[in-house]
Design a protein around this ligand. Structure first.
Ligand code: UDP
Length: 241
């Protein structure tokens, strides 16, 4: 399938529907290992200060428009694009692996969280093979062992929840040691799947305001989000002009 992309402040974003995103990445991963990035304005702001992260975003195999800020930025450019929340995208890939009896791996979050997330996913998808589980609190010295153990189970899908940009850097460093594996950085998804953190009510999600819900629940996010989002949209408008 030909890749349809747009650029936001120099960063590629794939333009596709939810179904096309799944189809694209599962197809691409029959040829090589892939890295999917679920992009949002905070990541673009970070990439502008971090060359390594910036290159990773630019070279990802699929960049899905997570975050309402990306949807608005595309709209400013005259493009109507459905928002694809990373957590739902990852869930659909898990479903795909369960359906086709393909092993998956979960790396990241605290031990109890990742174990509970795996347990809940296995309850939801009875055929699911979670072949490897590792909490996200390890040092660089442990990485070699983790990757070797991971290779032994030959996973089709590796979900990495180490937060941004750690997860993207980790994936980029090791993905080429695998042949047909899909790698996705999933941020706080294991916290949600473990039952520890609740997602926003459907109404908030439907109107693209999950961020507002998270802000109400955790006002400390304000500092992180608020200079970033208006500044990001301002730059997108200026850039268009
Ligand atoms: N995390 C981890 N190792 C670390 C730092 C973070 O496993 O060294 C986990 C953390 O426990 C949480 C996730 O990474 O489950 C980060 O979630 P957050 O919502 O902060 O992700 P972001 O907003 O960065 O996408």
């Amino acid at each position: 399938m030909e890749r349809k992309i747009s650029e936001i402040l120099g960063y590629k974003v794939d333009l596709l529907s939810f179904d096309e995103a799944i189809e694209t990445i599962t197809e691409k991963s029959t040829e090589k290992s892939t890295q999917t990035v679920t992009i949002n304005p905070e990541m673009i702001a970070l990439a502008n200060e971090n060359v390594v992260f910036s290159e990773i975003l630019k070279n990802a195999d699929l960049v899905i428009p997570d975050g309402v800020g990306i949807k608005i930025a595309l709209k400013i450019q005259g493009i109507i694009q459905e928002q694809i929340p990373g957590i739902e995208f990852a869930k659909r890939l898990i479903e795909y692996c369960a359906k086709h009896s393909l092993p998956i791996a979960l790396i990241g979050a605290k031990e109890e969280i990742v174990q509970n997330a795996a347990k809940n996913l296995k309850t939801e998808y009875t055929n699911l093979n979670v072949a490897y589980i590792r909490n996200g609190y390890f040092s660089e010295n442990d990485e070699r062992t983790i990757i070797d153990e991971l290779k032994n189970v030959n996973p089709k899908l590796v979900l990495v929840a180490l937060g941004v940009p750690k997860q993207e850097i980790f994936i980029n460093k090791y993905k080429n040691e695998f042949f047909h594996t899909m790698f996705v950085g999933v941020g706080g998804s294991f916290d949600v799947w473990s039952g520890q953190v609740k997602r926003a009510p459907l109404l908030f999600r439907k109107i693209g305001c999950e961020w507002l819900w998270r802000l109400i629940k955790d006002p400390s996010r304000f500092n992180r989000m608020f200079p970033t989002l208006p500044l990001f949209l301002f730059k997108v408008i200026i850039n268009k002009k």
